[in-house]
Design a protein. Structure first.
Length: 185
């Protein structure tokens, strides 16, 4: 089962952070919540300074919420996280007893979070992931995903679709769609 978690951005008065316009205050709080301090020097163990992190977060300026994680319920958290890290070329960012988070890096706009569930998956997902690749390697990518543990899934396709429906090792459907250059074409 796939679900989406969203978190409201924190807000405060415009004067709280000296030198930043009102629309940058939320991003300052975002940066501080991730352990980044003032100045351009990197924090030990971090790769970016405060100002760099605030600038990277500007893509969410003025948004009341942002996509944080795509949450996947799982019986075998490490196994399903391993499948998706290999499928997407991502890495494990955090691993706890009841939560595994994967992504490109900890500052990525969104990641995937695997949470334990006890009950079986019984119906088709209402939310699924669409993956894409280049036209030249689409069939190879489908074969690679199948070799990683995905399986073909029949959700009532007619056979003329421009996408292939697969399911991850725990039965969560996802599609490999025709090559895309943008979100809409």
């Amino acid at each position: 089962m796939l679900s989406v978690m969203v978190f409201p951005q924190a807000t405060c008065s415009a004067g709280w952070v000296r030198g930043l316009p009102r629309d940058q205050v939320d991003h300052t709080i975002w940066a501080l919540s991730r352990g980044v301090t003032s100045g351009d020097r990197p924090v030990p163990g971090r790769t970016a300074g405060f100002r760099d992190t605030v600038q990277r977060a500007a893509h969410t300026a003025g948004m009341p919420v942002r996509l944080h994680h795509i949450v996947v319920d799982a019986h075998d958290l490490p196994g399903l996280a391993r499948f998706w890290t290999q499928a997407l070329g991502w890495k494990v960012l955090s691993e706890r007893e009841n939560e595994i988070v994967i992504g490109t890096d900890e500052n990525a706009p969104a990641g995937m979070c695997f949470m334990p569930v006890t009950g079986p998956k019984t119906v088709k997902n209402r939310v699924h992931l669409d993956l894409t690749s280049s036209a030249a390697d689409r069939d190879q990518e489908i074969d690679r995903l199948l070799a990683l543990g995905a399986r073909r899934a029949d959700i009532g396709q007619a056979g003329a679709e421009s996408w292939t429906v697969l399911a991850d090792p725990e039965g969560n459907e996802f599609c490999v769609v025709r090559p895309k250059e943008t979100l809409i074409r």
